[in-house]
Design a protein around this ligand. Structure first.
Ligand code: SF4
Length: 61
């Protein structure tokens, strides 16, 4: 099964992912987005968040 990644090296802290899918994405202490612990990454809004991250920082690995 693929793992959902937020790459801090790419994240521009723009917040679209958190706005679109707050059950899966949150801001970490340094302001970069991260995956919430225990988040249900099968939420279809994850794909919307991936599409809307203009930094390309969210992907499956
Ligand atoms: S949408 Fe992309 S750049 Fe913006 S906070 Fe989320 S991961 Fe970071």
């Amino acid at each position: 099964m693929a793992t959902l990644i937020v790459d801090e090296m790419l994240c521009g802290k723009s917040g679209e992912c958190v706005a679109i899918c707050p059950t899966v994405f949150e801001f970490g202490p340094a302001g970069y987005a991260r995956i919430r612990a225990g988040a249900d990454t099968t939420d279809p809004e994850v794909e919307t968040a991936i599409s809307n991250c203009s930094y390309g920082a969210i992907y499956w690995e």
